[in-house]
Unconditional design. Structure first.
Length: 95
């Protein structure tokens, strides 16, 4: 059964702050993300979560909010990592 989402800004901020250590540790361990990139990815995912709730794109969940947010963070990491890899690739001389 889907759980309805209705968070106040304070509750959402508390949730996002509380999840930071767990999610960043997971991304660091499983995806070898640097600390600087972790902060950027986490911030981007936090904004995405807030906008999804505010715009009604996320109104009910069949999993926990923590599980959903973890996936948002992972999905935010993918384009971030691809962009960094592309920039690194372009800097290398190709003879």
């Amino acid at each position: 059964m889907a759980k309805k989402i209705s968070l106040q800004s304070q509750d959402l901020n508390r949730f996002i702050s509380g999840e930071k250590g767990r999610i960043q540790a997971y991304l660091r361990k499983n995806y070898s993300v640097s600390d600087d990139d972790l902060d950027d990815i986490y911030q981007e995912a936090s904004v995405a979560l807030y906008l999804n709730i505010r715009e009604g794109k996320l109104s009910a969940l069949t999993s926990s909010l923590g599980t959903y947010f973890m996936k948002v963070c992972i999905n935010s990491k993918i384009p971030w990592q691809e962009q960094k890899n592309y920039a690194t690739y372009r800097r290398k001389p190709h003879f």
